[in-house]
Ligand binder design. Structure first.
Ligand SMILES: O=P(O)(O)OC[C@H]1O[C@H](OP(=O)(O)OP(=O)(O)O)[C@H](O)[C@@H]1O
Ligand code: HPA
Ligand SMILES: [Mg+2]
Length: 179
């Protein structure tokens, strides 16, 4: 699997250190609020697990599953909801926990949905931001790392369902996805 990686961008240790920093900031910002972490499956499954343990506050966790990439490397903007929240977010200070913001389609859609469902507030925490991919404006409150153009995988992120279990994040060799 690692032979498909062109360059390691962030090591397991760098990711852990950044997640701890984000957790401390969120703890300070959300003390005395009604925090609900909303993880986006599947890509954010590892980030949610690590971030939730780095936020020393009472909080609730829920997940949505939305997909726009399928087995490809570009979003067509058509978001498919595979799993909605278990309970309405009404009254919660929602923090969407996302692995990567690329075109912005997924997050723009989710933010609108959660606001329409009367969340008290809606903010975004993304571990990775790829500003070069942006097609619609999305402004995460918390960003772990900025990534360059190219397709990144690992720490939850896939290409065609592979590589999610890499403990680090790297750039996938373009020949793997036919670029
Ligand atoms: O900003 P965007 O261009 O919308 O891209 C970001 C989204 O795309 C990926 O999800 P994907 O659709 O691949 O589903 P997955 O999490 O199950 O891999 C990623 O995990 C983000 O949720
Ligand atoms: O670069 C990426 N890698 C994995 N999943 C993604 N979803 C949007 N962009 C990416
Ligand atoms: Mg994916």
């Amino acid at each position: 699997m690692t032979e498909d990686i062109e360059q390691v961008l962030f090591t397991e240790e760098q990711i852990a250190a950044r997640v701890a920093e984000l957790g401390a900031r969120i703890r300070a910002d959300y003390a005395n609020r009604n925090l609900l972490l909303v993880g986006t499956l599947k890509g954010a499954f590892l980030f949610v697990a690590d971030l939730a343990r780095a936020v020393d506050l009472p909080l609730a966790v829920d997940f949505v599953s939305v997909s726009s990439y399928g087995d490809g490397v570009s979003s067509n903007g058509a978001i498919e909801v595979r799993k909605d929240l278990d309970q309405p977010p009404e009254g919660f200070d929602v923090l969407i926990v996302e692995d990567i913001v690329d075109s912005g389609h997924t997050l723009a859609f989710l933010q609108d949905e959660l606001r329409a469902q009367h969340a008290a507030s809606v903010e975004i925490c993304t571990l990775f931001d790829k500003p070069s991919g942006r097609a619609v404006p999305v402004e995460p409150k918390y960003i772990g790392f900025t990534v360059p153009d190219g397709f990144v995988v690992g720490y939850g992120m896939d290409y065609a369902e592979k590589y999610r279990n890499l403990p680090f994040v790297g750039l996938l060799r373009p020949e793997i996805y036919g670029a």
